[in-house]
Design a protein around this ligand. Structure first.
Ligand code: PLP
Length: 393
């Protein structure tokens, strides 16, 4: 018989009368199930709803969310071969795909939700850019005022325009990030404004959920976790996340934490405050990290390393992952990849191991750096001949 269901399953089958009845019953059940599935609204939940058992929230906490988190873990295809590491697997945890384009959204949903619960009307942060973009977005969502202090001249344009468009009050400080953060601490200690830098403990709590997601995706923790280090909140958060997940029995192993600073801004590596930090990776241009101790703890407890990479190494990694992996991350993110490349050259990694690199922010954040290369953009006549000549055909 020829059966054509409403679901468009054209099938030609030879069936007995009993078989025919059973077949029709199966098709009918499938159609009913599909109707039910269609009725379920597509819902992407944020990190608080997803991991609330691990977070300091109660039924009374208002959840201010932009459906952050659940970012992809992308397997690197070209990189392992390029650096003679074909016996390891390298993954990119691409945090640039969060709602405001960086990992900060994980911590900000927590910090702003808790600020709201406490009755705060305004929040404030110092920022190399991504924190301000994220704070401004979450504040706009719950009608809070947001004040951001930004070091003069050293912020990527994409981040600055985000803060403006989300409606924050932007104050440019004639100094570096460290001096801006000191000011924010002073002001928020004496005024009814909630600080949302990573010295706010809820930020670290939210950010640790990235480690949970990685364990959920891989089935366990990776062997190594590479991450850029600026104010050192994120490395602190990941280590807490991995440790808590293991303690809860949701993972079995722990990774070695590999933190990378830019060589012109490497206070933890040099074991001294850097007064005038410099690097093209403006997001990690920090000379006196607030979570310095957290980074040391992550390094020592995990048996890992905190090392530095040059601007040249960062730039090479930045271009490579965009041009060969199709992943466009900002320069600071590329520091993690540059660090893995540096260690691979020293035969640091064990055969068969899994390495995760956190790519902390989107490449779209920093258009000026992205366009600072020798890209040719000559206009041609609108003819086939001209276009073919331009592409060398
Ligand atoms: C894109 C990006 N990567 C890395 C970092 C460094 O993170 P942390 O300051 O938590 O060490 C930042 C911090 O602003 C950032 O924006």
């Amino acid at each position: 018989m020829r059966v054509k269901s409403k679901m468009n399953f054209p099938l030609t089958l030879s069936l007995s009368p009993k078989g025919e009845r059973e077949y029709e019953w199966i098709i009918c059940t499938m159609e009913l199930a599909m109707e039910q599935v269609k009725k379920v609204p597509v819902k992407k939940i944020g990190i608080i709803e997803r991991y609330q058992e691990f977070l300091p929230v109660t039924d009374k906490t208002p959840i201010i969310s932009l459906n952050e988190g659940n970012t992809p873990l992308i397997l690197a295809e070209a990189l392992p071969h390029e650096i003679d590491l074909s016996d390891v697997k390298i993954y990119f945890k691409f945090e640039g795909l969060n709602p405001t384009g960086s990992f900060k959204d994980r911590g900000m949903t927590m910090a702003v939700s808790k600020a709201m619960e406490a009755g705060a009307k305004s929040i404030m942060c110092a920022s190399t850019g991504n924190t301000s973009a994220s704070a401004a977005a979450f504040a706009s969502r719950c009608k809070m005022k947001c004040f951001v202090l930004i070091p003069e001249g050293k912020i990527a344009k994409g981040k600055l325009l985000q803060a403006f468009r989300y409606g924050a009050k932007v104050i440019i400080v004639k100094g570096n990030f460290d001096s801006a953060l000191e000011l924010v601490k002073e002001i928020t200690a004496t005024h009814p404004i909630q600080i949302v830098n990573s010295v706010n403990p809820y930020r670290i709590e939210g950010q640790k959920t990235a480690a949970f997601e990685i364990c959920d995706d891989l089935g366990d923790a990776p062997d190594y976790h590479a991450i850029p280090v600026g104010n050192a909140g994120n490395i602190t958060a990941y280590w807490r996340g991995y440790s808590e997940y293991k303690k809860a029995g949701r993972s079995v192993t722990l990774p070695k934490m590999l933190g990378f600073q830019a060589s012109g801004s490497a206070p933890i590596v040099l074991n001294q405050v850097v007064k005038n930090p410099e690097t093209i990776a403006t997001a990690i241009r920090i000379g006196n990290p607030a979570s310095w101790q957290g980074a040391i703890q992550a390094r020592d407890e995990s048996g890992g390393i905190i090392d530095m990479v040059t601007d040249e190494e960062i730039t090479w990694a930045y271009k490579f992952i965009a041009e060969r992996e199709g992943v466009f991350a900002e320069p600071a993110s590329a520091a993690a990849v540059a660090g893995v490349i540096k260690l691979a050259k020293k035969n640091y990694f064990k055969k068969g191991s899994r390495i995760v690199c956190t790519l902390t922010g989107s490449g779209l954040k920093d258009p000026e750096f992205a366009l600072s290369f020798d890209d040719k953009m000559d206009a041609v006549e609108p003819t086939m001949k001209a276009v073919l000549t331009a592409i060398g055909l």
